[in-house]
Design a protein around this ligand. Structure first.
Ligand code: FAD
Length: 443
């Protein structure tokens, strides 16, 4: 048995983990497949203790890389870090990347990840040309936008519940220079933050904001907007930057004590973070990892949250709901003293093809919450009430505490997802701790 958990450390389950080079063989008896466990909550955990989970760790071969067309096909366990090392020097990058490079292609598809360029590029699934899938009865088949399209759409963002992804084919993005031009702009309050983020999205392919979710009154939601684009010839060297310069030199050696996370400490952190970025406002050229995967420079940073772990809550509040809701959402966070080091705000673009994918037009707010039992549950419940009221939704790859009735209330697409699962897996062989909690699957 192996004790498995997501990135937040809670919950944890004892599972029988199967690891091997032949993914088809490893996956066949498993109720779920898992990549590097970088989803936060229970999405990559088995439905019950003792269940079999397939790990794709050793299934990471490149099957084809067309350097002229920028199309890559690889096994599902191929990691984004490996992809960047292989394709960046050749002038190609992943069209969509998350905040860490320690994820697999399979995990990126199953979460249908979004990046700082969602408003121009959509989710990762929009760039997937084909998937080799092992469905619940053991059959292997090729799916894509034109082959078994319903199954394909349900697999994008389907959290591993429609089949084991064995191979992924993706169209990459061409870049002129492997460096990023970024611009940093402070915003004194929430209204300015949201307005500047939206304005930035019209001119820049990559945008993101960090907000101080503990300041109250006039300073509520003050923060930093960060914009980016790939450098043009003349702005940066043609040679590829070296990864190891920004990778994991620093590490958090053990779980930190709980006083580190007290609201007072987080308030000091937020103040220093805000001031540091005010001083460094302006435009400059940076290593792409500093912009895309800044957190990877501190190895095991999840230990900052101590032995009790943490959860992340990420939701998108629709544009139609109006900006007043965003203010009320932040007031709920400050009222519950939901001390979060980093509250990340993003402007999402159009909804994609994935049946259960997270993004839709609106403002996404993601916050890390130290696990404090009933108090954390109460905060998540309160945030979810806003989400339901505004017609928004939560990101399954981050969730651990949403209640089933709340999920059903916020997710009108569930019936369509359920119909695909009924057609391909009537006995619900494929299940996870998340699907037991949120979809009512047998435990
Ligand atoms: C620091 C950090 C920053 C992040 N930033 C972002 C971000 O900006 N945008 C974003 O969208 N996400 C973000 N994430 C979430 C992360 O990108 C996704 O959860 C990603 O899917 C994790 O990949 P993984 O390989 O570790 O998958 P896991 O966490 O192991 O699994 C995630 C899901 O995919 C399923 N799965 C994995 N492999 C397969 C397979 N081969 N076949 C079928 N199902 C499979 C699992 O069952 C599970 O449901 C972030 C996570 C961290 C830790």
């Amino acid at each position: 048995m192996t004790r498995l958990a997501g990135w937040g450390g809670v919950p944890a389950v004892d599972a029988r983990e199967r690891v091997g080079e032949s993914l088809a063989e490893v996956c066949r008896p498993a109720s779920l497949t898992r990549g590097l466990g970088r989803s936060y909550g229970d999405a990559s955990l088995p439905p019950h203790a003792g269940a079999i989970v397939a790990s794709t760790r050793l299934g990471d071969r490149v099957l084809a890389f067309d350097r002229a067309a920028g199309v890559l096909r690889a096994e599902a366990g191929f990691r984004l870090s490996q992809l960047e090392e292989l394709t960046r020097p050749a002038g190609w990058v992943s069209p969509v990347v998350p905040g860490t490079r320690h994820v697999t292609l399979g995990g990126m598809v199953a979460s249908d990840i979004h990046g700082k360029n969602h408003h121009v590029a959509g989710c990762f699934g929009a760039h997937v040309r084909g998937l080799r899938l092992q469905v619940a009865d053991g059959r292997e088949l090729e799916t894509g936008p034109d082959r078994e399209p319903e199954l394909f759409a349900a697999t994008l963002g389907g959290m591993g519940l429609t089949g084991h992804i064995l191979e992924v084919e993706v169209a990459l993005l061409a870049i002129a220079r492997p460096w990023l031009v970024i611009e940093v702009e402070p915003a004194p309050d929430l209204a300015a933050l949201v307005a500047r983020l939206r304005a930035a999205s019209r001119a820049w392919p990559y945008t993101v904001a960090w907000a101080d979710a503990l300041s109250r009154g006039a300073r509520l939601g003050r923060g930093i907007v960060i914009k980016g684009r790939w450098a043009e010839p003349g702005e940066a060297p043609a040679t590829s930057p070296i990864h190891s310069r920004v990778d994991s030199r620093l590490a958090v050696p053990f779980n930190l004590p709980s006083w580190v996370l007290a609201p007072a400490s987080v308030r000091i952190f937020d103040e220093l973070f805000y001031r540091a970025h005010c001083w460094s406002a302006g435009r400059r050229v940076v290593h792409p990892d500093r912009f895309f995967h800044a957190l990877d420079s501190i190895r095991d940073w999840n230990r900052l949250y101590g032995a009790r772990g943490f959860v992340q809550h990420q939701s998108v509040l629709p544009v139609e709901a109006g900006d007043a809701h965003i203010v009320r959402y932040f007031e709920t966070i400050t009222r519950h003293a939901g001390a979060s080091f980093l509250t990340v705000v993003k402007d999402c673009g159009a909804e994609g093809r994935g049946l259960l994918s997270f993004p839709r037009p609106g403002v996404s707010v993601a916050l890390d919450l130290p696990m404090r039992g009933a108090a954390t549950q109460a905060l998540v419940d309160a945030l979810n009430r806003h989400v339901i009221e505004t017609g928004g939704r939560i990101y399954l790859a981050k969730d651990a505490l949403t209640r089933r009735e709340d999920f059903v209330a916020m997710e009108p697409r569930l019936a369509a997802f359920d119909a695909v699962r009924r057609a391909w897996d009537p006995e619900r062989r494929l299940r996870s701790a998340l699907s037991v909690r949120l979809l009512g699957d047998p435990g």
